[in-house]
Design a protein around this ligand. Sequence first.
Ligand code: HOC
Length: 365
Amino acid sequence: PPSAALNLKDIERFAQQVLTETAWAYYSSAGDDEYTLHENSAAFKRYWFRPRVLNKVSRVSTATTLFGSETSLPIFIAPAALARLGHPGGEVNMVRVAGEEGIVQGISNNASCSLDEIVSARRPGQPLVFQLYMNRERAASEALVRRVEREGFNAIVLTVDAAVPGKRERDQRAKGNYSGIVPNGSSPPAGKGVAHAISGYQDPDVDWADVKWLQSITSLPLILKGIQCVEDAELAFENGVQGIVLSNHGGRELDFAPAPLTVLHELQHKRPDLVRERDVYIDGGVTRGTDVLKALCLGAKGVGLGRAFLYGNGVWGEDGVRRVIEIMRGEIETGMQLMGVTSIKDLKPELIRYVDRDLPPIASR
Ligand code: HOC
């Protein structure tokens, strides 16, 4: 049962046992030697807390506002492709649970459930954001953006860290049958893995003029996902976007791209005004509620989790998605209580310190 998982690492281990070889390889793989995949979570271990005591903490609120909607937690379901590869209910399972739990969800351009299925599973007013890859055929992107706007999505999230698929060798080596699950009618090129199979329509020639073009065709807020340095964060806001997600695509694209938490620290240092006044989100490498709290102390507005939801969904369907949220809710609440804070706005840089050394790996149990 889902209660057998006490933490997100447990869920990952169950997923490795239960998912097909193709699904596990596709979900878990990352670029080249997977240093960035490792670094995304290692970066969190270099920040320790400076807790405050003797504050009354019996009542804590984890509520906040993400992508313009109130949410019960400072986390969101990051857009990720092909939830059906893990469970036949696919993204719809996540929509149902996110609705019950009051969580914002990102719907991937490469979702395996159709937009019709997704919007029919949604509660009235349930917050969803749509993650877009720019199609070589701009007219197709335009039609999609207009459809999503009509459906009342909260925002368009344009992914900018994946001009071409990263070299994911575990994905390429896994042999399996994913026809019928791959969206956009693509036929998978043999032996190149799932990422190549689904991304044929994506245009590597996207630039800041396309960002302006997107703004001209929609009144929805535009968020850029995949910002990896301070200069591009500045450019994004100069180009009028409403928010950015510091992300390296879960380590799946450029190996040796920096951990999003490191970029957040640098942004917080060099442009505290942007972190304070604009919407800066982060994703990648989150396995604990304390990771979320560290990112929030450094100024992130919210934190995305992708693989954890794919794994939970893959093992137990809706119950697994619910279990991920339950675990995170518990860890975030307990962490806040032990740090001496009772609301999300109290999470400030003064509550953490940077420790300039790596910890030894945690022994496996
Ligand atoms: C050209 C972009 O987001 C993944 C998905 C699909 C990425 C396709 C690569 O697998 O990370």
